[in-house]
Design a protein around this ligand. Sequence first.
Ligand code: 5GP
Length: 114
Amino acid sequence: MQDTIFSKIIRREIPADIVFEDDQVLAFRDISPQAPVHVLFVPKEPYRSLNEVPASEAELVGSLMLAASQYARLEGFAEDGYRLVMNVNRDGGQTVFHMHLHLLAGRAMHGGFG
Ligand code: 5GP
């Protein structure tokens, strides 16, 4: 697994605006936000994409989603709503090859997917 910018953020080698952390997950604001709230939920284990995650790590995948929903509740926009997106590989539009979940909120999302 090649090192990525996200591993460097997890190791605190480069700065990021971190908003949530637990044993398995780090969340920080996207450097190029596409909505008023745009946070990336990143597993500390550097899986390249969802494709590399074994079935034995189902709990980790669930933890990412639940961390995002917990954040939405704490920040007060859970009821208004939000969008969760995970890009996988080239056709999915993935650009950083350390699996992550985007949380977008603070405006109404449009219906399209690209
Ligand atoms: P992807 O396209 O792989 O799904 O998403 C990668 C995201 O990482 C992009 O939205 C991009 O703006 C964000 N990103 C890339 N480099 C950095 C960085 O150095 N710091 C932060 N906070 N976000 C980054």
